[in-house]
Ligand binder design. Structure first.
Ligand code: SF4
Length: 465
């Protein structure tokens, strides 16, 4: 059977889809990128924002219009949040599978082929009740454990080090759909990273909803995130080690020191503040103050003067006043973020915010504040990117640039096209070079910049990790 997998949402979903792909290939299924010809259509969904859910509904609406009957599976966070209630509107769906049950997907497809429907998600989580690690699912490792290291991008790989979240920010659905925070054993992570590095995938990105909160205890031993980083960075073939996404108050000096001491840990931190105002941070149940966030940023630049930091913000949170909004703009300037993801607040069903806070900032005001923060961030980003002009950077080349329609530094060499690479600090960089450089590490000299991109000249290198 041919399986088509569509992935929406975050890196965690992209990793899940990669792991599912390996699992289904091992079980004898074929993976196709031809949606029309597929016998099985799986959509791995996101539930973090209303827009992400609407995409799923519109995709399922199109599927309903297709005459040919095939197996349809809804996977991931929306499946977990909505469960069997999805069937009322989409009765043709055969599989509804939350993120904790993906290891059994092959079996679910076999059942669907016999006309048996599966709904596999935890009803407690779906109802919005907090469950705790002791009640957590035993399948934490099962999908990751059986990974096929050669499925996916040839030079990069995501590795999950923990699942779930216990922070319960009032706007966020994750603790309810991804479950309690559970850290994987360091041995299992070590083996997985080693296999990936041995397969030539030398850029490893560690994933967790609050990745730096990682802590694994067994008997008298307790492994902190910084200990894990140190172990993984020592694996031969790990050329770059990244991690996303961090939580501010769990970012101790031990992590900064480990980053400073180990050059193959990327000089990149994604640590969302969400707001620059103490009033709003409290209403969001973020467990830090503005002063604490500022102090974290100062420590990060003290330890790692060349570090790149990225943030996230929510504008128009319930009760947000103009002064709170200005505090967020001030935080962007003060923190010198490379970039920020900025979102307009929308109440997500099942969250504490949706139940207890009035969504009282008018849409027009949210839109205007969103526009203003983006403009402030663009100014700060431009200054940050321009500071690289004239410097030499090391790039991992991802492939031909999607900006190919707007060529820069055009080469006379007919074998060169516009290529895209990424620095250790996660700067997208374009340069002219041969397509054969994809998946290799090269050096390039930066000749110019916009607020989002470095432009560079290829100056040599071209080695695999
Ligand atoms: S830290 Fe907050 S925003 Fe991040 S996943 Fe956990 S609850 Fe959601």
């Amino acid at each position: 059977m041919n399986v088509y997998i569509e992935t929406l949402g975050c890196q965690m979903n992209r990793l899940d889809s990669e792991l599912i792909t390996g699992q289904l290939l091992a079980a004898g299924y074929e993976i196709t990128d031809d949606l029309e010809a597929a016998d099985v259509f799986l959509i791995n969904t996101c539930s973090v924002r209303a827009q992400a859910e609407n995409k799923v509904y519109s995709r399922l609406g199109r599927e309903a219009a297709i005459k040919r009957r095939r197996i349809v599976g809804v996977l991931g966070c929306l499946a977990q949040r909505r469960g069997a209630s999805l069937l009322k509107r989409y009765p043709f769906v055969d599989i509804i599978c939350g993120p904790g049950q993906l290891h059994a997907l092959g079996e679910m497809i076999r059942h669907a082929a016999k006309g048996e429907r599966t709904v596999a998600c935890d009803p407690d989580r779906r109802d919005g009740r907090a469950v705790f690690a002791s009640e957590g699912n035993s399948s934490i490792d099962s999908l990751d454990h059986d990974r096929n290291a050669s499925v996916g991008s040839p030079a990069q790989a995501y590795v999950r080090i923990m699942r779930g979240c216990d922070k319960f920010c009032t706007y966020c659905i994750v603790p309810f759909v991804r479950g309690p925070e559970i850290s994987r054993s360091p041995e299992a992570i070590y083996q997985e990273v080693k296999q990936l590095a041995d397969a030539g995938r030398g850029e490893i990105t560690l994933l967790g909803q609050t990745v730096n909160s990682y802590r694994y205890s067994a008997g008298d031993t307790s492994i902190r995130f910084s200990d894990l980083l140190e172990r993984l960075a020592a694996i031969g073939g790990v050329r770059r080690l990244r991690f996303v996404t961090s939580y501010p108050t769990d970012f101790g000096g031990d992590i900064l020191q480990t980053m400073r001491d180990l050059p193959n840990i990327c000089r990149y931190i994604h640590c969302p503040p969400q707001s620059g105002s103490d009033r709003i941070l409290k209403a969001m149940n973020r467990k830090y103050t503005r002063a604490q966030y500022d102090s974290f940023i100062d420590r990060a630049y003290d330890y790692l003067p060349d570090v790149t930091i990225a943030g996230d913000f929510i504008v128009g949170f319930p009760g947000e006043r103009e002064s709170d909004h200005q505090a967020s703009a001030d935080l962007i300037r003060r923190s010198r973020f490379k970039n920020s993801f900025i979102f307009k607040y929308s109440a997500r069903p099942g969250t504490v915010g949706a139940k207890t806070l009035k969504d009282d900032v008018p849409f027009e005001v949210k839109r205007e504040r969103n526009r203003e923060l983006l403009a402030v961030q663009a100014e700060v980003s431009l200054e940050h990117f321009r500071s690289f002009t004239g410097r030499q950077v090391e790039l991992l080349v991802e492939g031909p640039s999607p900006l190919a329609g707007k060529p820069i530094n055009v080469s006379d060499d007919p074998n060169c096209v516009q290529m895209l690479g990424r620095t250790s600090g996660d700067h997208i960089t374009v340069f002219q070079g041969p397509e054969s450089l994809a998946g290799q590490y090269v050096n390039a000299r930066v000749t110019g910049a916009t607020a989002f991109t470095l432009f560079a000249e290829f100056c040599g290198g071209g080695e695999r990790s």
